[in-house]
Design a binder for this molecule. Structure first.
Ligand code: SF4
Ligand code: SF4
Length: 92
């Protein structure tokens, strides 16, 4: 099993130096995880390091394809409130 980075990753480099197995690859159009190298951090850390540092919701999937930081988990804004929240911020 391996984690996966999907569309939406902003290639910020935050995760790459933290990976204990060197599985994260700077690629185009966004970073990728080498499935053969990802250990899911087992044996090294209690938490997957890439998902712990990633600032973008929903772009890292676990071995089952489930987002580790689902929408709303980092911002605290429920997905159904996001459009209204963005409109409110832009109106300031
Ligand atoms: S889960 Fe751990 S081993 Fe896998 S890519 Fe993320 S940091 Fe690297
Ligand atoms: S921390 Fe997240 S946004 Fe940044 S490069 Fe890694 S996966 Fe992409």
């Amino acid at each position: 099993m391996a984690f996966q980075i999907i569309e939406g990753c902003v290639s910020c480099w935050a995760c790459e130096p933290l990976c204990p197995s060197g599985a994260i690859v700077a690629a185009t159009p966004h970073f990728q995880i080498d499935a053969k190298q990802c250990t899911e951090c087992e044996g090294d850390f209690a938490e997957p390091q890439c998902a712990s540092i990633c600032p973008v919701e929903g772009v890292i999937l676990d071995g089952l394809g489930v987002p580790v930081n689902p929408p709303g988990s980092l911002t605290g804004i429920p997905p159904e409130r996001m459009a209204a929240a963005m409109a409110e911020i832009q109106a300031r």
